[in-house]
Each structure stands twice: as structure tokens, then as C-alpha cells.
Design a binder for this molecule. Structure first.
Ligand SMILES: C[S@@+](CC[C@H](N)C(=O)[O-])C[C@H]1O[C@@H](n2cnc3c(N)ncnc32)[C@H](O)[C@@H]1O
Length: 229
């Protein structure tokens, strides 16, 4: 198997703190950042079948407390595990974006019935090029092991907050997959996410941990109503 593939599988597709990810070898993170071609399809398959990935997607969705009328947006849906869970818990409508065509095809296959039923819409685009159809307002937005790859994440979070309804929730989760990642790595990823969310104007931050190896940290926050900011 090509080095890029085995390395991507080993390192997975998570962020280990923005700084750490950015110094990893470009081959290693290339497929996780933007899965392409045959190697991308292998990476996508691995992401979809890794038990910890499935567990963390279900967990993050459970933390959002999605209601039947909710409009929900996922950034960087990958193979579409959280999208499937959101459809299963009967969110009103689930939107998702990913800039990888390989991932769009995988996630579309996984969620074909919900897409046909008009309950899920998946779009191939980057988080810095959200189309007007995704102006919102959304009741909830989530991203799992994706924020570390975004260009200018602070700016992106501020833009996403403007797409949330007042009182809308955001969940940003990270399970660091770099070699040697520990609970400390997860804690420092959580602190970075907390700081980014606070700076972007979110309030009511709360950090939850799923005790996997390494742990998954999920920071939840709220878009305050205008008079509570
Ligand atoms: C590590 S995977 C995580 C996939 C999924 N959230 C999960 O946990 O199984 C990161 C995903 O983010 C996507 N991604 C990275 N940068 C992105 C960007 N700028 N805009 C949209 N998607 C992006 C990648 O294509 C990839 O599918």
C-alpha cells in the first residue's frame, strides 16, 4: 500500500491541535485533509469503518440534542457517519459540506435514502466558500475532526456564528490522531477550540470528553441572542 495511504490510516484524519497538524509531513495529512483518487477512497473507507469514528460521530450528535424541526449543518462530513446519525434522530433537515468529491460520493451513498426523501442535502464545497443556500439560519452546526484543516478557522467560526439562529448551538469535536496522542493532546486541542469559539463571539461554552484512546473532546457553545452578548 502506498506510504501516503498507510500513513493516513495510521494518523487517521484528526487534528492534534492546529499547530501540530501543520507540522506533520504533508504526505501523511494530505489524504485526511482532502481525500482524492484511489488513495482517498481507501482513506474514506477506513474512516467509515473505524469503530471509534462511528462512536464519536454518534456521541457528538447526541450532545447537540437535535429536535425534529431543527435545521442542522455539518462541516467536513467525510464518509457521512454523523449525517446518517442526524437523519436517524429525525433532524428537520440536515445539510452537509465537504470539499472532497470522494467524500461526497461516499457520504451520498451512505445517506441515499434520506437524500431521496428530501431530508439530507450534501454539497461539495469548502468551508470558506459556503453558497447562499447555506446562509441559514441553522439551529445547530457541527464539525468532527475537521476544523484543524480549515483555512483561517477563527474567521470561519465567526461566519458560521452568523449562520446560526439566536440560541443556536455549535459542536466542534477533536480526537487527535497524531502519533503518540494522549489525553493531554485532547485537552490542548479542546483549549484551542474553546479560545477560537470565544473569540468568534460564542457563549455558554462547555467541554465534554468521550473516553476513547485518545479521548474525544467536544466543545459546545451557543450563538447568543443579540441582547445577551
Ligand atoms: C478527518 S476527516 C473527518 C470526517 C468526519 N467528520 C468524521 O469524523 O468521520 C476531515 C474531513 O474534513 C474535510 N475538510 C477538510 N478541510 C475542509 C474544508 N476546507 N472545507 C470542507 N471540508 C473540509 C475533509 O475532506 C475530510 O472529509
Amino acid at each position: 500500500m502506498p506510504r501516503a495511504v498507510t500513513a493516513a490510516v495510521e494518523y487517521g484524519v484528526a487534528r492534534a491541535g492546529i499547530a501540530t497538524v501543520r507540522v506533520l509531513d504533508r504526505d501523511v495529512i494530505g489524504q485526511a485533509h482532502h481525500p482524492r483518487g484511489a488513495a482517498g477512497r481507501v482513506t474514506a473507507w477506513e474512516m467509515a469503518h473505524r469503530p471509534s469514528n462511528r462512536q464519536r460521530s454518534r456521541w457528538v450528535v447526541s450532545l447537540l440534542g437535535v429536535q425534529p424541526a431543527d435545521q442542522v449543518l455539518e462541516i467536513g462530513f467525510g464518509p457521512g457517519l454523523a449525517i446518517a446519525e442526524l437523519a436517524r434522530v429525525r433532524a428537520g433537515h440536515v445539510y452537509g459540506i465537504d470539499h472532497s468529491g470522494v467524500m461526497l460520493r461516499q457520504a451520498s451513498r451512505r445517506n441515499a435514502a434520506a437524500i431521496r426523501a428530501g431530508r439530507v442535502t450534501l454539497i461539495e464545497t469548502s468551508v470558506d466558500q459556503l453558497p447562499p443556500a447555506l446562509d441559514g439560519p441553522f439551529d445547530a452546526i457541527l464539525a468532527v475532526n475537521s476544523l484543524g484543516f480549515w483555512p483561517a478557522p477563527a474567521q470561519r467560526l465567526a461566519e458560521l456564528r452568523r449562520r446560526l439562529a439566536p440560541g443556536g448551538r455549535i459542536a466542534i469535536a477533536s480526537q487527535p490522531r497524531c502519533a503518540g496522542a494522549t489525553a493531554d493532546t485532547s485537552r490542548s486541542a479542546a483549549r484551542e477550540i474553546e479560545n477560537l469559539l470565544r473569540d468568534a463571539g460564542f457563549t455558554h461554552l462547555s467541554t465534554q470528553t468521550l473516553p476513547l484512546s485518545p479521548p474525544v473532546a467536544c466543545v459546545l457553545a451557543t450563538n447568543p441572542a443579540p441582547d445577551t452578548r
